[in-house]
Ligand binder design. Structure first.
Ligand code: AMP
Length: 249
């Protein structure tokens, strides 16, 4: 069984992003970039399935600028077997990424595609769902447990107030939630090994996909600054403020 894992290069989750002065987006010049955390979980899950003898090959794919190769090398160091960079300097929106992934699904014929539930830069939570629709595959989003058996995948999903378990026929699309697993630390020997693993580069045009943006960002603004707090003398004053000022009681 072959597993395809799309990984996105995003601003590291520890970085406090700054909005550009013209409000056109966030400043990513000279900022630490890393693999989207949900995608790390996706790679970990795919590699565990390989280690368990369920999967035979794990392919990592990233769409974006040439530096996304670093993200792919991290995926290879976690344990992916090979990587594909779909290189483009254009802004790639979720629909464009989903179309690119659909073209790769057609080419590579994976039995399972495991994506992150969302990219922490655009917070879209769209790509997996769009890919499933375009490729006409069943999907299970927000997975907290994945079990592959008898040609099906059983996915436990985190839903409001509990857990839901669904069973999908393969091939299928799964998106990861935070509690699916804890990704391993990437060790130096594995980083060295990853340098020798195959990494192929293609362009969107090679896959016959038009990636031009369909959405226009009108404005990006900083969240409002928090006002200073006040001290209240006693509980009665606090309750009074919560009731009459904040109106939350
Ligand atoms: P989003 O819909 O943008 O929130 O992204 C959801 C998931 O789609 C991510 O966690 C990745 O697994 C995948 N994805 C999104 N953009 C890319 C990209 N440029 N390259 C590879 N995978 C991507």
């Amino acid at each position: 069984m072959r597993i395809l894992v799309p990984v996105k290069r995003v601003v590291d989750y520890n970085v406090k992003v700054r909005v550009k002065s013209d409000g056109s987006g966030v400043d990513i010049a000279n900022v630490k970039m890393s693999m989207n955390p949900f995608d790390e979980i996706a790679v970990e899950e795919a590699v565990r399935l390989k280690e368990a003898g369920v999967a035979t090959e794990v392919i990592a794919v990233s769409a974006g600028v040439a530096q996304a190769q670093e993200t792919l090398r991290t995926a290879l160091a976690i344990g992916a077997d090979r990587a594909i960079l779909i290189e483009s300097d254009e802004e790639l929106q979720p629909l464009a990424v989903a179309k690119l992934l659909k073209a790769l699904v057609d080419k590579e014929q994976p039995q399972l595609v495991i994506l992150g539930k969302q990219a922490i830069d655009d917070d879209s939570n769209q790509t997996g769902q769009m890919l499933a629709a375009l490729a006409k595959l069943p999907q299970a989003t927000f997975a907290s447990k994945v079990v592959v058996a008898d040609g099906r995948v059983q996915v436990t999903r985190e839903v409001d107030g509990g857990l839901e378990t669904v069973s999908l026929s393969l091939p299928a699309v799964v998106t990861t939630d935070l509690r699916l697993n804890e990704p391993r630390y990437v060790t130096l020997p594995n980083i060295m090994k990853a340098k020798k693993k195959p990494l192929e580069t293609v362009k969107p045009a090679d896959l016959g996909v038009d990636v031009s943006p369909r959405l226009k960002t009108l404005k990006v603004v900083e969240p409002p600054k928090r006002g200073a707090g006040v001290k209240v003398p006693d509980v009665a004053a606090l309750v009074e403020k919560l009731k009459n000022e904040a109106k939350v009681l």
